[in-house]
Design a protein around this ligand. Structure first.
Ligand code: FAD
Length: 482
């Protein structure tokens, strides 16, 4: 095999259903797997601490799977064009010229721009460029509404998506993959310094198995055991009712085509649970659609009228929220689940995010940054859409005046308080009646539960009705300016 293709892994850290590897086989070439760590290129959106933890383990798993096929993973750090041209030179020098670089498409605006530069640099040194789709069911520019514009509303987007013939996972005959005779130098994975130097990751390690086997098990268990109950359980954070596939989907250890096919194969798409679950996977597609068509929304509101929203930045309020010390148990449980496990249940993400932007009037961008650093599934498309949705400033967003009640939501979706008791253990002794509103508990009830408000657990940082009214007034002021 004389032809060599570099398979540049990015957010497609898997072998099965990987279109890049399928392309190498189709062209009968040897494959040189490469990973380049380039946080500087991502600027403000370089992977956060929890994502780096995940990335370390995902890369270790990928390297192990490739090794088992006799394919060493070449790891580099720094600008992709420099790393790739240096690898190309090394291969050329050893008499094994590189035919082309093949990679899966990425959609983060900075990376999209950068890919163009990489392609040009490779072109200058006579190396080809190929891109495929490993991350989405449908490419963002392949779908538009009846007027030919991007969708801004989810329901017609979902209707359109589910009417398309499903794309099956890409077949990769991995045993046919062959390494070239020469392999350039590689860094060790530890050289990328992805893991924390202080150990704050015990809770994350206990909550997740980020290996390739872990990815397979999470998908299989979900479609075999839990997908049919998804519709009923998905909003209850105290039960294991959702798939927890998000970090695997973000890193590409599992692809959406595999998820789609697994749900259909298990017959899940025909029941309410499977159908609802697939519609959530479609929200992820919608997020990428929006990121592609409205790239500036990572930092700016989608709609102009929210540009001058009268936020009231307050570092102390932001910190109380980050630490899970707002005095609202449901919000605090979510924020502590996030800190401890690197993940937060979707219902609680909505309530906690709403509390920050509405009750506390903190800019949604500050919340998005915190999530970015602490989520193992931090994903620029979904995080941006989630925060804009909550703030009321994005596509298909919740109207600003719809303000989640931070204890009412707890009483509705965590009626027995199991979730709060798990993550806010200092309240565990309170009866169900007061678990979501400890400030209403009589003194003797608090004393019996060992709760001293303002000492063992904070008083509410803002009274609910006052916070709600302040948010509505801020909205009204924005409306009058518009
Ligand atoms: P399931 O309920 O099992 O859903 C299956 C898959 O569908 C998920 O893994 C995810 O890929 C996708 N999905 C489900 N709900 C959504 C949604 N609302 N938006 C986009 N995709 C969805 N998701 C991320 O993956 N990364 C983020 O950084 C992120 N930030 C968010 C920020 C806010 C403020 C909010 C409200 C939501 C955010 N979400 C984010 C969406 C959602 O909360 C998570 O995808 C979901 O909780 C992941 O858990 P799961 O895998 O068990 O989901």
């Amino acid at each position: 095999m004389s032809k060599v293709i570099i398979a540049w892994f990015r957010q497609d850290l898997r072998i099965r259903d990987n279109p890049v590897l399928a392309e190498v086989l189709r062209r009968d070439a040897a494959v040189l797997p490469v990973y380049i760590h380039a946080p500087e290129e991502d600027g403000a959106w370089a992977p956060g601490a929890a994502s780096r933890w995940w990335l370390y383990h995902a890369l270790a798993g990928l390297a192990g799977d490739l090794e088992a096929l006799g394919l060493p993973l070449v790891i580099r750090r720094g600008s992709p064009e420099e790393a790739l041209t240096s690898i190309v030179a090394s291969m050329r020098g050893a008499g094994h010229p590189v035919d082309s670089v093949a990679c899966a498409r990425v959609y983060e605006p900075d990376r999209v721009q950068h890919d163009e530069q990489v392609r040009e640099v490779l072109d200058e040194v006579g190396v080809g460029w190929w891109q495929g789709n490993a991350s989405l069911l449908i490419e963002p520019e392949h779908v538009c509404n009846k007027s030919g514009d991007p969708f801004r509303v989810f329901t017609p987007f979902w209707k359109h998506l589910r009417g398309l013939p499903p794309e099956p996972p890409v077949a990769v005959d991995a045993d046919r993959l062959e390494a070239p005779d020469h392999v350039p130098d590689s860094l060790a994975l530890d050289d990328l310094e992805l893991l924390p130097t202080r150990s704050w990751d015990d809770g994350i390690a206990a909550a997740w198995d980020p290996s390739p086997a872990g990815a397979r098990t999470v998908l299989e268990d979900f479609v075999e055991e839990r997908v049919t109950a998804y519709k009923r359980c998905r909003d209850v954070p105290g039960v294991n009712g959702t798939s927890r596939l998000s970090p695997y989907l973000h890193s590409g250890q599992v692809g959406p085509r595999q998820v789609w096919a697994a749900v259909h194969a298990a017959g899940g798409a025909d029941n309410d649970g499977g159908f609802t679950f697939l519609s959530e996977v479609a929200w992820r597609e919608f997020a990428y659609h929006l990121l592609h068509h409205f790239p500036r929304t990572t930092d700016e509101p989608m709609y102009e009228k929210y540009r001058d929203f009268p936020w009231a930045p307050d570092p102390q309020a932001l910190q109380a929220w980050q630490k899970g010390r707002t005095g609202y148990p449901f919000v605090d449980a979510g924020m502590r689940q996030l800190w401890k496990t690197g993940w937060m249940h979707n219902r609680v993400r909505m309530v906690a995010a709403s509390f920050l932007v509405k009750h506390l009037l903190q800019p949604w961008q500050d919340g998005a940054r915190w999530f970015w650093d602490t989520l193992v599934d931090a994903d620029l498309a979904s995080n941006t859409m989630g925060w804009q949705w909550v703030a009321g400033s994005g596509a298909d967003a919740a109207p600003y005046f719809r303000i989640f009640n931070p204890f009412g939501q707890g009483e509705k979706f965590d009626p027995d308080g199991d979730y709060v008791r798990e993550f806010v253990p200092e309240l565990a002794g309170l009866p169900d009646k007061y678990i979501h509103r400890p400030w209403e508990a009589p003194d003797e009830v608090l004393a019996k539960a060992g709760v001293v408000l303002g000492e063992t657990y904070p008083e509410p940082i803002i009274e609910h009705r006052a916070g709600r009214q302040r948010a509505l007034d801020a909205l009204e002021a924005t409306r009058q300016q518009a």
